[in-house]
Structures are given as C-alpha cells and as structure tokens.
Design a protein around this ligand. Structure first.
Ligand code: NAP
Length: 173
C-alpha cells in the first residue's frame, strides 16, 4: 500500500516567516498542543536542522530525518536517516500517513507531494530567517478553519486550517 496521506504540518506568520536561529520565532502553547495532538502516534519526516532544534525525541512518534551527510550521527536515537527525499517517501510508504514537519528546505521540496496541509497562520510579523514556500491555493480545498484569539498566554491570534489537495484521494474523505 502507498502512503495515502502526506501531511505537511507547519506554522507561519503573515510574511511566511517560520523559523529564527534554529528555533521557532514565537511561543504559542496551544499551537504546540495542536502539533502534538495531530502527530501523536504517527511517523514524522524532518530535515536535519529541525531534528536538531529538539532537545530530545518527541514521545510517541517515529522520527525520520533527512541529511545529505551519509555519516550523519543524530543527537539522539531516531527511527531512520535518509539521504534523499524520494527514497524516504518510498521507504516509508507502508505507513497510512506521514507527517512532514519541516523545516523550510523540506517543506519546499515536499509541497508538491503533499495531500494535506495542516497550517497555522500566525497573525503577526516576526523576525525570521526561514520561510514557508508559496502555496498555490487554487490546488487546495479548505476543509476546516479554527480561530484562536490572543490571550494572556498567546500574544497574537492564530488560525489553524486544514487544506486537502484537489483530486487527491484524501479529498473524498
Ligand atoms: N514554524 C514551523 O512550523 C517550523 C517547523 C519546522 C521547523 N521550523 C524551523 O525551521 C528552521 C529549520 O529549517 P531549515 O530550512 O533551516 O532546515 P531543515 O529543512 O529542517 O533541514 C535542512 C537540512 O535537511 C537536509 N536536507 C534537505 N533537503 C534534503 C534532501 N533532499 N535530501 C537529504 N537531506 C536533505 C540537509 O541536511 P545536511 O545539512 O545534514 O545535509 C539540510 O541542511 C528552524 O528555525 C526550525 O525551528 C519551523
């Protein structure tokens, strides 16, 4: 069976900014919680820099990392290392779904392969050195949108949107 869903999960601001100095530009606990709920129990594919932004493995999820360095040694144990994105997707196709969790380099290469976008739009403009690629929304259908107003723990509001690729098998679900 081929992976039926390749889900890009990402958060970006109004300039598409999404990373700064190897970390996120913001602290939004309820978006973290959303990321955790979404990905829990599922495999995650990520770039080497995103892996290295975690202090340790995230519990309950398989970690697969992309690096072009054939001798790459991750800072903690992971479930697999790939030197090539196509190879990773092919090897992981036994999973019914695969979360692509960044960063910018990996989103840019995986966007055309994704069936679902789980995006958080952060309502603000933050200093950033990593950006999400342009999305052609004509190719996508909005399935769900949830607005999170700002509050004492969230200095800005954000909205979480689920988009599915038009004509992908996921669109019919
Ligand atoms: N806001 C969000 O949703 C979000 C999500 C994730 C990450 N981030 C942020 O994004 C930033 C990191 O993103 P980034 O773009 O700098 O790095 P990245 O995409 O996480 O990792 C880039 C690395 O992945 C490897 N790589 C890239 N393409 C590859 C390919 N086709 N085959 C094999 N390996 C490949 C290379 O590793 P080698 O150099 O080892 O070859 C490359 O240096 C951080 O600030 C992080 O906090 C934000």
């Amino acid at each position: 069976m081929d992976t039926s869903e390749i889900i890009i999960i990402a958060a970006f601001d109004q300039n598409k900014g999404m990373g700064l100095n190897g970390d996120l530009p913001w602290h939004l606990p309820n978006d973290f919680r959303h990321f955790k709920t979404q990905t829990m129990g599922s495999p995650m594919l990520m770039g080497r820099k995103t892996l290295e932004s975690f202090p340790k493995a995230l519990p309950g999820r398989a970690h697969y990392v992309l690096s072009r360095d054939e001798n790459y040694t991750p800072p903690f144990q992971v479930d697999g290392i790939f030197n090539d994105l196509e190879d990773a997707i092919k090897t992981l196709k036994h999973y019914s779904k695969l979360y692509v969790i960044g960063g910018g380099q990996i989103y840019r290469q995986a966007l055309s392969k994704a069936t679902t976008l789980e995006i958080t739009r952060v309502q603000g403009i933050f200093e950033a050195d990593t950006f999400f690629p342009e999305i052609d929304f004509k190719e996508w259908k909005l399935m769900k949108k949830t607005i999170h107003p700002k509050d004492e723990r969230h200095p800005v509001s954000f909205q979480i949107e689920t988009w599915v690729k038009i004509n992908s098998p996921t669109e019919a679900i």
